[in-house]
Write a protein that binds this ligand. Sequence first.
Ligand SMILES: Nc1ncnc2c1ncn2[C@@H]1O[C@H](COP(=O)(O)OP(=O)(O)OP(=O)(O)O)[C@@H](O)[C@H]1O
Ligand SMILES: [Mg+2]
Length: 453
Amino acid sequence: MSRILIVEDEPKSVRLLSLVLEDKGHTVAQAANLEQARRLLGGELFDLMITDVRLPDGSGLDLLEQAHENQPGLPVIVVTAYGNVTDAVRAMRLGALEYLQKPFELEATAIVVDKALEQDKIRAEHTYLLDQIMEGEHQVQIVGQSAAMTQVRDLVTRVASTRSNVFILGESGTGKEVVAKVIHAASARRLQPLIRVNCPAIPSQLFESELFGHIKGAFTGAYESRKGKFELAGEGTLFLDEISEIPLDLQAKLLQVIEARSFTPVGGTSEIPMKARLVAATNRDIKELVGQGRFRDDLFYRLNVFPISIPPLRSRREDIPDLAEHLLAHLQKEFGLKKRPILSETIDVLLRYDWPGNVRELRNVLERAIVLSADGPIAPVHLPEELLTLGSGHSAHDFHGHVDQFKRRLLIDALQHTGWKKKEAAARLGLSQRAFSHYVKRYDLDRDRPEDA
Ligand SMILES: Nc1ncnc2c1ncn2[C@@H]1O[C@H](COP(=O)(O)OP(=O)(O)OP(=O)(O)O)[C@@H](O)[C@H]1O
Ligand SMILES: [Mg+2]
């Protein structure tokens, strides 16, 4: 369903066009002359404009320029008198997408309109896909076999196919954006855009305009009409990142839009339905902010239909080896470098650290290590000082957990070296077979066994 502006002075032609368009489920606005058309273009955002060339107060071709100045990228179909090739050629030169000849043929008209809307949609999708490929993120995945991450993946799969709003909670660098991307990619909306709003980055006086769009001249500096993020997201996903940073008055505005499921561009006169799914994220303790009255509880409940919590990396250390492999592969590809191994001693150091910056910090540490290790394997010396000289008190609260992690890693290493032959692995570690079987059970090592071993 699209919003289409018809600029045409002959009532018969208007009726015919409206009939064809409304039949297809589109919404139609009409202008009988240039002046009316200019007023409408100045007050609303359209998906398509169909304009006659000959109008009572001038040429529709002049409107074309103004429309593009107002709203760049607006697709326009120009209507010419039968056989008037000059007008048609001029229209195309001025940026019209298509032209139609009068008298209208119902079928031809429907086809041209469909084609124009389709072409515009393809262009938008194309730009979006290109962006994704350029970012190299067309293959995001949530890595980690810990119980916590298995549950996160499970929740993501379950919520992806629904329309529910999602709230992602987790410390900085835990992978909130990764989860948002995967939800989008796993949903039926995947071919529609995923639009991210980095809430703290928007100055509060521009917030409404960024989110809901604005009409040319709505405020000083609004030189052209622009669609906001809500409209750009279309039927896709709108990712409101760091949402806790929105000031209270704008929280009220946002709540109003979510409840009405429609919004009005700044300076605009008509409402636009909101169809995107909302995914919000924060690294703050949002319940505490709600308790302090710094985040509206009604907005919180609207957004928090389906919460997903990502635990900090230090409470799911068993994900570290997989994450390290994954991030290294990514970084090496990004840098165009040959794959090189990471020594198990290096992994052991990574397992002992507390990762206040979570997965992002792990990524940064590995990026540095790749640079330092030049051609060889990634060794502990390539890690930052603070990882190697862990203060004793640093992670003492989880002493046993760390020892367990360390043991588990040694056992897995031995199994990997021996192709999962338990007898040889036990011998390698100087353990009795009985002790070894005990550990296999205790640490659930068969979970890590590759299919072919
Ligand atoms: N489970 C995961 N699987 C794969 N990569 C991950 C995972 N978690 C995080 N990453 C990687 O770690 C980095 C940080 O992740 P992301 O940007 O999603 O975190 P965030 O929670 O949004 O952080 P912030 O609160 O700082 O915005 C990214 O490079 C991301 O690709
Ligand atoms: Mg983030």
